[in-house]
Design a protein around this ligand. Structure first.
Ligand code: R5P
Length: 322
């Protein structure tokens, strides 16, 4: 006998993972109390990627979990090919679940003769056949508009705020690492009832060097919590940290959503006196990545599981981050 159809006419949920972050997909499925679907995603010796679903997904409500973590271009190709394979296997609906959306910093033509790669990636995802996208904290909210299919953007700020509230820091001040990050940092500040300070950051070239110029707001003798959407080289946080020390902050904590930690980030951050480095699990980070700095991982897998269940059943996703 066939399974009942959901509100939108699809059969039950089926969740699959690419190779980017299988542990995250397993955690989502554990929360949903369902098995992770069986599939193969591998590369032939000529570099061509092959995908096969080992479970029947005909008319199913299929969710493909794949953060675009390094190596980003391989992970993107895996995602495109998984979407294509799912459509050709007659999936009822395909939702690309992308906890971290790469190329988000390439969202505008801010130099002559440069691409808008975030838009290009959005186009590829649609052309591959995705019906919807579920993601978390895009580098800029406007990237939503690069998609012509429904997109749900989850936000980690409530979880970051809840964690720092649990630390009961006596004099917290939330610090945005640049003006662009002020909106997300303000959200955390409001949830904590704390003040906001903003670093005036400058990037003068494409060499991934960030320079913190000055800080706007009161940080002296405060417990500063740097809030940033992602850490890549760690340069932004390191220069904000220096500025906070110069301005006599009492302690410095860091809360970030996407822990990309590329290049020298480990050495750079592990040698600082950051009181605690807090990040989510939207991309994989080795458990022993840091030797000296205390870390705390906030898993957002249950949150993604709840959002996927709501998408499947026609519930509100927005209610999850009120
Ligand atoms: C920039 O606009 C972002 O919000 C982050 O501050 C930036 O991506 C961090 O990069 P990095 O760790 O390389 O300084």
């Amino acid at each position: 006998m066939n399974e009942p159809l959901n509100f939108a006419g699809f059969r039950e949920m089926a969740v699959f993972s690419g190779n980017a972050h299988r542990a995250f997909a397993e955690a989502v499925c554990k929360h949903l109390e369902m098995p992770l679907g069986r599939n193969e995603v591998f590369e032939f010796s000529n570099g061509n990627i092959f995908v096969r679903f080992l479970d029947n997904i005909r008319e199913r409500d299929v969710f493909l979990i794949q953060p675009i973590a390094p190596p980003v271009n391989t992970r993107l190709m895996e995602l495109f090919i998984m979407i294509d394979a799912a459509k050709r296997a007659s999936a009822g609906r395909v939702t690309a679940v992308i906890p971290y959306f790469a190329y988000g910093r390439s969202d505008k033509k801010d130099q002559p003769r440069v691409p808008i790669t975030a838009r290009l990636v959005a186009n590829f995802i649609e052309v591959a056949g995705a019906d919807r996208v579920l993601t978390m904290d895009l580098h800029a909210g406007q990237i939503q508009g690069f998609f012509n299919i429904p997109l749900d953007e989850l936000h980690a700020q409530p979880h970051i705020a809840e964690y720092f509230r649990s630390l009961n820091l006596p004099r917290p001040v939330i610090v945005a690492t640049d003006v662009g990050g002020a909106k997300g940092a303000r959200d955390v500040a409001e949830r904590l009832g704390a003040e906001l300070a903003i670093v005036d950051k400058r990037r003068t070239s494409n060499d991934e060097q960030a320079e913190a110029m000055t800080i706007i707001g009161e940080v002296e003798d405060r417990d500063a919590i740097i809030v940033d959407d992602e850490i890549l080289t760690g340069g932004t946080v390191a220069s904000a940290l220096e500025l906070l020390r110069m301005n006599r902050a009492r302690s410095v904590y860091v809360g970030t959503i996407h822990p990309l930690f590329a290049g020298a980030a480990f050495d750079r951050l592990d040698t600082t006196d950051i009181s605690e480095l807090v990040f989510t699990d939207t991309v994989p980070v080795a458990a022993d990545a840091f030797q000296h700095v205390q870390t705390h991982v906030l898993s957002v897998a249950p949150y993604f599981g709840d959002a996927m269940h709501r998408i499947h059943t026609g519930g509100s996703v927005g209610e999850l981050f009120r």
